[in-house]
Design a protein around this ligand. Structure first.
Ligand SMILES: [Zn+2]
Length: 152
């Protein structure tokens, strides 16, 4: 199962997430995390959907930043439920919440998938710091993987 835990992200990504979450709270946009870390096997299985396996295509790459622990996906919550309508405006400020979340993510130093042209990935945020990309994390084996705690 892919992870939804912040602790499974690199320390630098965790810090940016904490800033992102605080600003989302300030803006009054409820959200949940739908994915943080995903193993390469899980990414490969996703990639097969809509290609060699039946289903809708939901990813376009085998090289996801989720497997590097530097990306997370969110869902805006409407009435407590994930809402995938990119025009949703739960905090009623006339700005679509996914776009607002994108701006907030960028202000926290994250790259927002919604700013990509082909295809845009509104729920996706990633940490593009060079230092983070070069960190090699041990493979999670169920118990032994540990990440240093983050102090925000
Ligand atoms: Zn993603």
């Amino acid at each position: 199962m892919p992870s939804r835990k912040i602790e499974d992200l690199t320390p630098g990504t965790q810090k940016k997430y904490i800033e992102f979450a605080a600003k989302m709270h300030e803006a009054g946009i409820p959200f949940m995390i739908t994915c943080t870390y995903r193993s390469q096997e899980e990414q490969d299985a996703l990639y097969k959907l809509g290609r060699t396996k039946p289903g809708k295509i939901i990813t376009w790459t085998k090289h996801s930043r989720h497997t590097k622990r530097t990306a997370f996906d969110i869902a805006i919550l409407q009435d407590g439920k994930p809402c995938w309508n990119i025009k949703a405006d739960v905090n009623e400020d006339q700005i679509p919440d996914y776009e607002e979340a994108g701006k907030i993510g960028e202000s926290a130093g994250l790259t927002w998938g919604g700013s990509w042209k082909s295809p845009a990935d509104y729920p996706h945020f990633q940490n593009d710091d060079v230092a983070e990309k070069t960190i090699e994390y041990p493979t999670f084996d169920g118990n032994k993987y540990e990440i240093p705690p983050v102090t925000a």
